[in-house]
Ligand binder design. Structure first.
Ligand code: KDG
Ligand code: MG
Length: 406
């Protein structure tokens, strides 16, 4: 069996999804997601200029060898652009493998460990009242877990992703604009946020799982103190308390608090999280199949995490197309150390038309399709409606103008 061709498409409803389609001489094709949010054309170019020419003629069944060929063959290792491109290829090859076998991917990993996978929604509010309405909305829909992001008084964009533009638009600028600027003040945040958890717990009770994303904004000592203070609200996790480039910081945070820590959405390889997993400095690993080299590489991370009682909590921001969400759904169905999946309903009519599938969400759980392979398709005719349009993440400065972490 040979790969005969591969094509890259960019675009989607309100998104610059990077979709790779790999064709074979057996008439079977596979699809993969290489969307590197706000830098989408880079993995796409890497695929077109360097990787696809090598793929033609390869046996698509040898997904491990193909992964190693690109990873080792590039000489320069890792990095989000390269790993997103390898990730797209890897997902497409697993899709082909499942179609050859006539089995959904979770069967090739070892079968199902659960029926539905727990997901969390994003509850957001510029004010606490707005946030409470947003939580109520998700609870009514049956969600069992919600992430809370709330605006901080006197800090207009405080709290990160607090609802400016709503869930479909947050994280990125309007088309054509240069990066927005947000102003951050850790002290105001640290003073206000515990009150948010207290109110939400008071209203929604002890069973609702509450998550929160600090989004790399705190210094290590601040994060340690914050974690200690919010322990009493029994959070499911505190995400990205500090920028994880500094893995030592986690030791300090760990020494002071038992609040569960989730990290990893910016990681692109097992080497980025090996130390923190082995030293058990985190509780949930947040990598995604897109940014961390596809199913082949992420499975290695999941296995390593499992040895240390660390659970998965794969990244699932709206920048992930339904293809990578499907790949993660298969891993979630299988992984013995599954924790939770971040999930934002992409299911607009346009998105469903571009990526038809019968994966579905019911009562806060995600059910994976039994169709062979990834169980999601890509409609090339629909894809013609969309094209690339540059967008950026915002940038963040402290009140005195110092650059900070988005
Ligand atoms: O591209 C960056 C976003 O995906 C990120 O800001 C989202 O932090 C995020 C999350 O937890 O979904
Ligand atoms: Mg995050």
């Amino acid at each position: 069996m040979k790969i005969t061709n591969a094509e890259v498409f960019i675009g989607g409803p309100g998104k610059n999804y990077v979709t790779l389609k790999i064709m074979t001489d057996a008439g079977i094709y596979g699809i993969g997601d290489g969307t590197l949010n706000t830098r989408e054309t880079l993995p796409a170019e890497y695929l077109k200029e360097y990787l696809i020419p090598c793929l033609i003629g390869m046996d698509p069944r040898n997904s491990e060898d193909i992964w190693q060929y690109f990873y080792r063959g590039a000489y320069f290792r890792r990095g989000p652009i390269a790993m997103a491109a390898y990730g797209a290829i890897d997902m497409a090859l697993w899709d082909i493998k499942g179609k050859i076998a006539g089995l959904p991917l979770y069967q090739l990993f070892g079968g199902k460990s659960r029926d539905g996978a727990l997901v969390y929604a994003h509850a957001v509010g510029n004010t606490l009242d707005e946030l409470i309405d947003s939580v109520a909305h998700y609870v009514e829909q049956g969600y069992k877990a919600v992430r809370l992001q709330c605006g901080i008084p006197d800090m207009p964009e405080g709290g990160y992703a607090t609802g400016k533009g709503g869930d479909t638009k947050h994280f990125i600028t309007e088309y054509g604009a240069l990066p927005d600027q947000e102003i951050w003040d850790s002290e105001k945040y640290l003073r206000y946020m515990p009150n948010v958890f207290e109110k939400v717990r008071e209203i929604f009770g002890p069973d609702l799982k509450l998550l929160h994303d600090v989004h790399h904004r705190l210094r290590p000592r601040e994060a340690a103190a914050f974690g200690k203070e919010i322990e009493k609200y029994n959070l499911f996790w505190m995400e990205d308390p500090t920028p994880a480039d500094d893995q030592h910081a986690l030791r300090l945070i760990r020494q002071h608090t038992t609040v569960p820590i989730a990290i990893g959405e910016v990681f692109n390889s097992i080497w980025d999280c090996k130390t923190m997993i082995e030293e058990e400095l985190l509780d949930f690993i947040r990598v995604s199949v897109t940014y961390a080299g596809g199913i082949t590489h992420v499975r290695r991370i999941v296995e390593l995490a499992g040895l240390h009682s660390i659970r998965t909590g794969f990244h699932g921001a709206p920048s992930h197309s339904p293809i990578s969400m499907a790949a993660q759904a298969h891993l979630n169905a299988w992984a013995p150390n599954f924790g939770i999946q971040e999930y934002l309903v992409l299911g607009t009519e346009e998105c469903d038309a571009l990526f038809p599938s019968d994966h579905y969400l019911d009562n806060g759980l995600f059910y994976v399709s039994d169709a062979p392979g990834l169980g999601v398709d890509f409609d090339e005719t629909e894809a013609k409606r969309y094209s690339f349009d540059r967008r950026y993440h915002p940038i963040v400065r402290l009140e005195d103008g110092t650059m900070w972490n988005y």
